[in-house]
Design a protein around this ligand. Structure first.
Ligand SMILES: [Zn+2]
Length: 341
């Protein structure tokens, strides 16, 4: 009897919490995405309610608002030195670099809420670090009329930031305060895996989710080999188990699949290319803009779960390979700065 009561009270508290942290995406039945202020208030509330969550202010942005970084883990870790000491891997997830592509903003809120309310359990050896929304300036500039072909949500932010920079071209030149703050965060985290959530720009095909993996031969060495032979195939298999037929990012400009098309050249001015410079396994999920919003958010959620599961299972291998790659970098006396495409 006591056990049943305990179970019921646990279940009740889980249900209560889930209800308390319902998102605008859910109340609108998957047709709307929250505003910047709603996003920040929601994460602050989650932080206040759960010791698995820590929300920090990390530098400024061109909007004048601070950039936030939110850690989510079973043990509530948020100090990077402690995380390393505890032998945990850091999975860094960036959202809303293009605020007109808010799938990751909503999917990250749902994922964090489900972790906090015990509806989804992450491995103990993985710490998530989310940027809830990176291009705050663009997120504040909302309209139903940007990206008119996109199938939802009803209204969302603008691609450019406050200075009209495309922040996903700003990781080397760093003209924006957003990029300067991001780079400080990146170096502090030294993430094992980096995921930058996006939506595609218009090609049509059957698949909901595509994945741009940083080019393995550009990453090179033991990391490139692992990325190509183990990591990427592991993600495809993990998505298949969840019912998704993941395909590579469709970088098509006139050619048909029979003729093939080149991989996207993610130079370091893009998030994934920047991450690869630092021996981080880096990825850009791109959902299909013509699929309805709910399907895209669900696919983004499933892919983040797949990243979490793969990183947890391969934690030691990822640690050792990155350590080996860094050692090689330290002892090399010749660094090629160009490559044949
Ligand atoms: Zn994008």
């Amino acid at each position: 009897m006591r056990k049943t009561l305990l179970f019921l009270s646990l279940l009740f508290s889980t249900l209560l919490s889930a209800q308390e942290f319902v998102t605008r995406y859910e109340t609108s039945k998957g047709t709307q995405t929250p505003t910047y202020h709603e996003i920040v208030e929601w994460w602050q509330k989650l932080d206040a309610a759960s010791n698995k969550v820590k929300m920090l202010r990390k530098g400024s942005t061109d909007s004048g608002y601070p950039l936030h970084l939110v850690f989510v883990s079973n043990a509530g870790d948020y100090d990077v030195a402690t995380i390393r000491k505890k032998n945990k891997r850091i999975l860094f997830i960036n959202n809303g670099i293009h605020p007109g592509e808010p799938d990751g903003i909503d999917a990250s809120m749902l994922l964090a809420r489900d972790i906090v309310t015990n509806q989804y359990r992450i491995p103990d050896n993985v710490v998530l670090a989310f940027i809830p929304v990176y291009n705050i300036d663009g997120c504040l500039n909302r309209s139903p009329n940007y990206r008119v072909d996109q199938n939802g949500p009803e209204e969302f932010g603008f691609r450019g930031n406050g200075q009209n920079f495309d922040l996903n071209r700003d990781f080397i030149k760093m003209d924006s305060r957003n990029a300067q703050s991001f780079i400080e965060i990146f170096h502090e985290l030294d993430p094992d895996v980096f995921v930058d959530n996006h939506v595609s720009n218009g090609a049509d095909y059957q698949h909901i989710m595509t994945l741009l993996t940083t080019q393995h031969n550009k990453l090179g060495g033991v990391l490139g080999e692992f990325l190509n032979k183990t990591f990427e195939p592991g993600l495809y298999a993990g998505m298949k188990e969840k019912g998704y037929d993941l395909i590579p990012y469709v970088n098509s400009f006139g050619d048909t699949p029979e003729k093939g098309w080149p991989e996207f050249w993610d130079s370091p001015r893009y998030g994934s290319g920047f991450g690869a410079l630092w021996n981080t396994f880096s990825f850009v999920p791109e959902t299909h803009m013509l699929k309805e919003y709910q399907l895209r958010v669900k696919a983004t959620y499933a892919l983040m779960q797949t990243f979490i599961e793969f990183t947890g299972k391969n934690a030691d291998n990822i640690r050792d390979l990155r350590a080996a790659a860094k050692k090689i970098d330290r002892h090399t006396n010749r660094i090629p700065y160009n490559m044949e495409k």
